[in-house]
Each structure stands twice: as structure tokens, then as C-alpha cells.
Design a protein around this ligand. Structure first.
Ligand code: NAP
Ligand code: FER
Length: 341
């Protein structure tokens, strides 16, 4: 395919100041920057969808973690899918669809070794940021490898109407859970969990203490807790877990914008008597599961066993709104930003 015209400049989001608590508009800026043509081994990608994910909040802080912090006055990065606009790398042609890690920008010059081709005929491109991508693998690996889900388990997931949580609940059912319970932050989301995703019970955590609502939704207790939220949810789940229960610590979004350290679960001592296994997870440790994950999840999508929703925000200029919206719960399913083609 012939090279497509490439603009001389394009827009990218820079971190300007490190947020204290909730990010504000002046912590970031949308900047016009030169588009660099690919050198040998590189490709230039015109991004079509950009991912906003909760972990990005942590990378705005200057703290040593599993991933380096975003640098001030530099473009932020994150998941993106798009089309090769120019290639100086073997195996990549103009027009190929690729997944890579240089989001938060319209055009990305990427080392080909850091991009993977995706089959745009198999699924909508944005799915590779969600159900067929990082959040999907997180849900799958968290249940299969970390929780070791078994038929008959009672599973509780928080953040249950989000990208990871909506898949956790449905995959738990597909793997033979006897009861699936979820919590989310609105009546519409709670209805969706039961009506569309097949949860047995769901509750709105804003409507009353999680401990009380969980006790009603899972009167016999739970075997697995998939934690996306932390805080009050984790404490309630520790109370509800039975002997040899397992808790997967995947995220703690309730505290990502807090300015003071949050108190730990006050009932952690119960982990001793109940011999709980409480294990943190990072999706990056589970790359070996990718082929099994892709095969199984793609099959469920095709046969209708798995429902998947997206909330799409239009335009790079709204990307920070999309990110803040994600933190506020404005998404159902995966939040993505769609760029004009
Ligand atoms: P998501 O669930 O699609 O979106 C975030 C959701 O969090 C919002 O929609 C909102 O829904 C909920 N939320 C916000 N503040 C809350 C609060 N104070 N209490 C309870 N819920 C709150 O995001 P995601 O991408 O699927 O990520 C879900 C979790 O998994 C996050 O904690 C993320 O950090 C974690 N994660 C971890 C890994 C890993 O490798 N460990 C990988 C991916 C994601 P409501 O309307 O229900 O409040
Ligand atoms: C995430 C939330 C937290 C995530 C990773 C972390 C990959 C890790 C935090 C830490 O190491 O402090 O969504 O996704």
C-alpha cells in the first residue's frame, strides 16, 4: 500500500504538574508537536482509539512503582490501537492495524518490536484495548490463575460494571461459579449486572454499608473476592469470605485520588483463622496465559456467552474528561477515546 500523507504536526497530552488529589485541568496540556517519521525498525501509527485506565492516575505521581512515573512536560503514554501510516520495519505495511503503548497522542512513532499486529476483521479495533486486551487478560488471569476459580465457588466482584469487573463476573459464571455477586455505583449499573451480565445479585455501594448489602446478596458468604476498589469493600469481603477463601487484589480505585494514607482493613486478623489467601496481581505477570485467554474469550464473544460494553468519548481534546469520567464512574464497560479518522 502506498504511504499515506502524514501531517507535519499532531496533538499529544503532556503532564504539566503532578496532581494533588483529584487531577485538575491545569495538570495536563494538549500540545501540538512535530510528527517524527519512522527510522529503520520503527513504524508511524495513526491512532484510532486511545485507552484511559485507572493505573494512569498512579503514574501521574512521582513514586517508584511497577511502572515509571509520567515525566513532566513529556507526552503521557498508555494503550492505543491504530493504523500504520508509514513503515520502516519489516513485516509492517501501511494500513496494518496495531496495538501499542504510545497512547495520549494522535500519531505515534513506535519501535516495531513494541507493537503487535491485530486482526481488525476478527473484532472491532477498540476491543483490543478492552475485552481482548489488558483488562480482559486481567479479569481472566485474576480468576483462573490467581483465585484458582473452581466450579461451585461463590464470587464477589467490586467495580462490577467496569471493564475488568464486568468480565470477571461473566467469566466466573462461565467457569462454573454457583453464585456471582457484584457491586457498582448506580441503579442503572446494578440493573445491568443482573439483566445483561447474568449476575445473581448486585447492589449499589452508595446506598448503604457494603458489609450489610453483601450479607444480603451472599447470605452464605463468599469463596472468592475480586477487588477492584479497596477500602470499605475489601473490609466487607474479608468479613464475608469463608474458610480458605481467596481475595485477588487487582485495584483499589477508591483510594487513587486520596491525599492521606487510607486505613487498612480493620478485620485483617480474620485472615488467620479463616486461612485466607490474599494476593496482589499485575496483569503483566500473566503474558503466558495470552493464547489461552484469547482463544477462550474470543470464543465466548462469538457464541454470545460473554457480553461486552464500551463507553466511547469522541476526540483527543476530550481525553482528560474521559480519564476523569472513568475515575468518577461515568463509564459502563471499558472507557475509550475515539479519534476522528
Ligand atoms: P473501570 O472499572 O472500567 O472504571 C473504574 C470504575 O471504578 C468506575 O467506572 C467507577 O464505577 C469505579 N469507582 C470509582 N471510584 C470508586 C469508589 N470510590 N468506590 C467504588 N468504585 C469506584 O476500570 P478498569 O480498567 O476495569 O479497572 C478496574 C480496577 O482494576 C481498577 O482498580 C484498576 O486499577 C484495576 N486494574 C488492575 C490491573 C492489574 O494488573 N492489577 C489491571 C487493570 C486494572 P462505579 O460507578 O461503580 O463507582
Ligand atoms: C492498576 C492499579 C495499580 C495497575 C497496577 C497497579 C496495571 C499497581 C500499583 C503499584 O504497584 O503501586 O490498575 O494496573
Amino acid at each position: 500500500m502506498a504511504e499515506q500523507p502524514v501531517p507535519a504536526t499532531a496533538r499529544e497530552w503532556h503532564l504539566k504538574a503532578r496532581p494533588n488529589g483529584w487531577p485538575v485541568a491545569t495538570d495536563v496540556a494538549l500540545v501540538e508537536a512535530p510528527v517524527r517519521l519512522p527510522e529503520p525498525g520503527e513504524i508511524l501509527v495513526r491512532n484510532a482509539y486511545l485507552s484511559v485506565d485507572p493505573y494512569m492516575r498512579g503514574r501521574m505521581n512521582d513514586v517508584k512503582s511497577y511502572a515509571p512515573p509520567y515525566q513532566l512536560d513529556r507526552p503521557m503514554d498508555g494503550g492505543a490501537v491504530g493504523y500504520v501510516a508509514a513503515s520502516a520495519a519489516e513485516g509492517f505495511e501501511v494500513g496494518d492495524a496495531v496495538l501499542h503503548g504510545q497512547g495520549w497522542r494522535e500519531y505515534a512513532t513506535v519501535q516495531a518490536a513494541h507493537a503487535v499486529k491485530v486482526d481488525a476483521s476478527k473484532a472491532p479495533l477498540s476491543y483490543f484495548l478492552g475485552v481482548l486486551g489488558m483488562p480482559g487478560l486481567t479479569a481472566y488471569a485474576g480468576l483462573v490463575s490467581v483465585a484458582g476459580i473452581k466450579p461451585g465457588d461463590v464470587v464477589f466482584v467490586s467495580g462490577a460494571a467496569g471493564a475488568v469487573g464486568s468480565l470477571v463476573g461473566q467469566i466466573a459464571r462461565l467457569k462454573g461459579a454457583s453464585r456471582v455477586v457484584g457491586s457498582a455505583g448506580s441503579a442503572a449499573k446494578v440493573a445491568k449486572l443482573v439483566d445483561d451480565y447474568g449476575f445473581d445479585a448486585a447492589f449499589n455501594y452508595k446506598e448503604g454499608p457494603v458489609r450489610e448489602q453483601l450479607a444480603k446478596a451472599a447470605p452464605e458468604g463468599i469463596d472468592v473476592y475480586f477487588d477492584n476498589v479497596g477500602g470499605e469493600h475489601l473490609e466487607a469481603a474479608i468479613g464475608a469470605l469463608g474458610v480458605h477463601g481467596r481475595a485477588v487484589l487487582c485495584g483499589a480505585i477508591a483510594q487513587y485520588n486520596e491525599t492521606a494514607p487510607s486505613p487498612g482493613p480493620r478485620n485483617l486478623v480474620q485472615a488467620i483463622g479463616k486461612r485466607l489467601r490474599i494476593e496482589g496481581m499485575l496483569v503483566g505477570d500473566h503474558a503466558a496465559l495470552q493464547p489461552q485467554f484469547t482463544a477462550e474469550v474470543a470464543g465466548w464473544l462469538t457464541d454470545g456467552g460473554l457480553r461486552y460494553d464500551e463507553t466511547s468519548v469522541e476526540g483527543i481534546e476530550r481525553m482528560m474528561d474521559a480519564f476523569l469520567g472513568l475515575m468518577r464512574g461515568e463509564n459502563t464497560g471499558k472507557m475509550v477515546v475515539r479519534l476522528a479518522s
